[in-house]
Write a protein that binds this ligand. Sequence first.
Ligand SMILES: [Zn+2]
Ligand SMILES: [Zn+2]
Length: 227
Amino acid sequence: MNCLEFRRCVGAEPSASGAGIEGHRAKCPACARHQDELRAMDAVIGRALAIDAARIRKGDTTALPTGSATRRPRWLALAASIMIGVTVGFALWIASPRPSLAREVIGHVAHEPDAMSGTAPIAQATLAGVLDPEGTRLRPGLGDVTFAMRCVFEGHVVPHLVVRTARGPVTVLLLRHRSVSGRVELAEQGYAGVVLPAPRGSIAIVGQLKDLDGIAQQVFEAVDWGN
Ligand SMILES: [Zn+2]
Ligand SMILES: [Zn+2]
């Protein structure tokens, strides 16, 4: 099992275990930590739902019209669990030592090398599933999108795309949570890239190309940030 397979697997089921999972955990601390974070979020969400279920059993539904006794608490629990999930993710992120933004971005890209190797365009629906929750879109014309996943980055879920531009594949991370005051250049481990201030947070563009600036500008302009 490689890093990408591992992250797909635990992303769908944080409590996943088994020989493949444990084997990868043993040799890849970054993936092990990734799963630990997902498990922690999952546990807190589970507790929030359990508390709510206990309230329903006690008959604490006085304010609810007949028939909606289960529907509304479930909705509330879901809203609460999302809030708690975000808070836990953020807490885990600030509790761990913070490497520089450059190192975080390159580390993330270097850790999912298989993401760069695909050549077949992914389905529109897959791309929409990754970008829609952010209220963003990618305008056509930039190149085929060959990879799209919602990844955990600095305790936040962020869209991670790979676009095959005319000059080669580039990785794009939409970092809505992370503001930068100006452009940040990245160059590490054979990767070159740039983080640019965006209408919402920032955008990281990374590739293994020389002179990435022109492509970075094209990528930046291809993102429709919504309102
Ligand atoms: Zn790994
Ligand atoms: Zn990723």
